[in-house]
Design a protein around this ligand. Structure first.
Ligand code: ATP
Ligand code: MG
Length: 223
């Protein structure tokens, strides 16, 4: 087994209830520290790939391994281990509007850390600094612009310093200038050695960033 392959799909398919085939027999792998873009039309299967890697959905057939752990045969301990190593920026944000920026980011730490309040403060502050949002630490989410809300989502995804960062359409709904700023942030994480998979419907944004693009159409590779 190649130790450098942090994510591996082997003939993986996903069929949702209702006999909806989202992915058909996909095989590909991602190396440690790689930056990969997922492109494809609405319904192509981008979110499904990210959910499978994060263990939110299980493959219907085939094998998916993350860190050499087969996600189909996973113990509770291994699931916790994997969750601690993955950060996920959801397509639908999942920001909690009943609490401030700090509390939104802290929440992501609660599931996998029993650190002291001081340590939690330091980690949340560091995460917000890395996305340029430290000055909004006590703001309410509704006081943030669209680009700032997306930064909040990224801060929440990286606060536990994951080795793998999955971002589902992080530049959707942003103007070009803000979208490029978000991509610049991801480039920083990439430089720091994080493995990144980012779905994006607008390939024209990627420019130099798009060194490796996996293109999907109807759950299969295209081009
Ligand atoms: N929970 C679900 N139950 C049934 N079908 C689903 C479910 N989630 C996704 N699908 C279907 O699976 C296919 C792939 O969906 P997916 O969300 O992965 O696409 P996507 O490429 O992320 O699209 P978008 O760009 O619109 O976000 C679509 O046909 C979709 O309708
Ligand atoms: Mg999607």
């Amino acid at each position: 087994m190649n130790e450098n392959k942090i994510i591996k799909f082997e003939q993986a398919s996903k069929v949702y209830p209702g006999d909806i085939t989202a992915l058909s027999n996909l095989s590909f792998s991602v190396e440690k520290g790689e930056l990969v873009f997922l492109a494809g039309h609405s319904g192509a299967g981008k979110s499904t790939i990210l959910k499978l890697i994060a263990g939110i959905e299980l493959a219907s057939s085939g094998t998916i391994t993350v860190n050499n752990i087969n996600l189909a045969r996973i113990s509770q301990n291994q699931r916790t281990f994997i969750r601690q190593h993955i950060g996920l920026v959801f397509q639908d944000h999942k920001i909690l509007f009943d609490r401030d920026v700090f509390a939104n980011v802290r929440l992501a730490l609660d599931i996998c850390s029993n650190s002291s309040a001081k340590e939690i403060n330091a980690r949340v502050t560091r995460a917000l600094e890395s996305v340029g949002l430290e000055h909004k630490i006590h703001a309410r989410p509704e006081q943030l612009s669209g680009g700032e809300q997306q930064r909040l989502c990224i801060a929440r995804a990286i606060v536990h310093q994951p080795k793998i960062l999955l971002a589902d359409e992080p530049t959707a709904n942003l103007d070009r200038a803000n979208a490029l700023k978000i991509l610049e942030l991801f480039k920083n994480f990439h430089r720091a050695g994080v493995t990144l998979i980012i779905s994006a419907h607008d390939e024209s944004l990627l420019g130099d960033y798009g060194k490796r693009i996996i293109r999907l159409s109807n759950g299969q590779f295209r081009g």
